[in-house]
Design a binder for this molecule. Structure first.
Ligand code: ZN
Length: 218
């Protein structure tokens, strides 16, 4: 069974999501019916601050990128979003980024690579990341005809504490992360949205520069 790659702690505790693609309280579980989801929820919602970096849960290739306002039905629901596909065919959707994803279709990503920054675009009532999981039998994350989610997977139960630890970042990895962060900061500045999450973003850039320096010539 393919697994999402565990984050720092490698475990989900209660309603707290601690792994990639983002950490935070789970505000809506997979399959649940609530005020925001009159039909069973197709993923897990994780609340976080605007601008929080969203990361690839496993290595793979970017197979879909949506840009809010493109007029596509998918985007009306998921806003700015990205889907990555692992070698085993597992597909992870992360949705509602504040800006278009920092990655492009066809791009290869490693576990932990930055895909974008959390926001609330599309059908969303507050800043969160929607994490959907499917495989090659259902590449478009389709629901059942009656709105059910039997053809989708619950990302939370697929996140195993036994998953291998995130690879030790390489100098090249830090460099690509800096590029992704810089793109996100540039998008924020372009939108004149400096007040939204930019402190967290700059902290991340500073930490990444420090790590890049410390990594020496590796
Ligand atoms: Zn959701």
């Amino acid at each position: 069974m393919p697994t999402l790659q565990a984050g720092v702690s490698g475990q989900n505790v209660g309603d707290q999501w601690n792994g990639y693609p983002v950490s935070g309280p789970i505000t809506s579980r997979f399959g649940i019916i609530d005020d925001a989801h009159p039909q069973p929820h197709s993923g897990n919602d994780v609340a976080c601050d605007a601008g929080t970096l969203v990361r690839a849960p496993f290595a793979g290739q970017v197979v879909l990128v949506s840009r809010f306002g493109d007029g596509v039905r998918w985007t009306e629901i998921f806003g700015n979003s990205a889907v990555i596909r692992g070698e085993d065919g597992m597909r992870c959707l992360t949705a509602h980024y504040q800006d278009p994803p920092a990655v492009t279709v066809g791009q290869s990503v490693q576990a932990g690579d930055v895909l974008g920054a959390a926001g609330s675009t599309g059908q969303s009532t507050g800043v969160h990341v929607h994490i959907g999981l499917s495989d090659d039998s259902n590449p478009n994350f389709s629901k059942d005809e009656d709105g059910g989610v039997t053809r989708l997977l619950d990302a939370m139960t697929h996140l195993s504490p036994l998953a291998p630890a995130a690879p030790t970042p390489t100098r090249r990895g830090y460099a690509s992360e800096l590029v992704a962060s810089a793109q996100i900061v540039a998008q924020m500045i372009e939108r004149d949205a400096l007040a939204i999450g930019v402190d967290a973003m700059l902290d991340h850039v500073i930490a990444t520069v420090g790590a890049l320096k410390a990594s020496g010539g590796g």
